[in-house]
Design a protein around this ligand. Sequence first.
Ligand code: BGC
Length: 361
Amino acid sequence: MKKVLVAMLIVMMAMGVAFAQGAGESGGTDVKTIGVSMPTKSLQRWNQDGSNMKSQLEAAGYKVDLQYAGDNDIPTQVNQVENMILNDDVLVIASIDGSSLTEVLKEAKKKNIPVIAYDRLIMNSDAVSYYATFDNFKVGVIQGEFVRDALKLDTRTDSVNMEFFTGAPDDNNCVFFWGGAMSILEPYIKSGKINVLSGQTSRAQCSTPNWSTEEAQKRMENLITSNKYGPNGTRLDAVLCSNDSTAQGVTNALVGAGYTKDNFPVVTGQDCDVTSVKNMLAGTQSMSVFKDTRTLAAKVVEMVDALMKGGTPEINDNKTYDNGTGIVPSYLCEPVYANKDNIIELLVDSGYYTRQQIGLK
Ligand code: BGC
């Protein structure tokens, strides 16, 4: 009996050790866990980013700790990152507010946990090892060039009326989207070829809290009222919007003011969100910029893999993104121009959406 008890004790102790190892930080086995922190579930692009990251990391043999910070809730994101630092081996973070993670990331630095900033740069933290994003300045340039060409600004003799919308003031990407668009359009504002009747031409004046569609709609409705824009009122030629969620708010307001596909102002966007793709097909948004989240995810998985295997991730930019503690080595993916004419090739043939998803048979 005594022998049986001793044998049972030994087995239990062995199981205990195995369990403790299994629950250890790096899984005891060699499986590493990658923490992926996304800002919100309420915008389609981040759901797409999250699920692409998860499936590609799993396919590469990693465990994934994927968390969404509610609907852009900063304290939730800080908490989630805090937990990831306790449990995970690498952190991949798309921040809500680029400057709110400084404190919590000090712990990651102490524990030597690599941090990759995903799409949005994390500011004021020397814990950020790498940054993977799209060429955000180029996104703005594509939008600005589109407006310039659609309105024939270089050849027409009269002037045009235009308004501007950008995104969240705490998103560092806006500096680049705005800067890129203005690098093309500002000379025309200065020369008087573009009139901005509201007089709102600074990034701060044109920003949209949380990139919210409702906020953009409200602001556009106010601009319509105060400047009497409308199909039978003051002419409105274009609205520059930094992304699709703001473009959708602007489109709602313009439709509400009576514009139809036959007289719709030029409206720009970014992301190729399903709603915006449908609007492009319906003639109530002119263009978008496609940023293939599969490519970005693949790049980040390569970075993670290199770090986990003791290598150095590939970068292609070491000058553009200073987060306040120095330049963060970056990989910039290519954004691509999209409009109703290349949607099928770009989005359907590449398997990004099915025809049904974008309302086609
Ligand atoms: C992203 C855009 C997105 C926006 C709102 C930006 O940081 O780069 O693709 O539209 O956030 O979510």
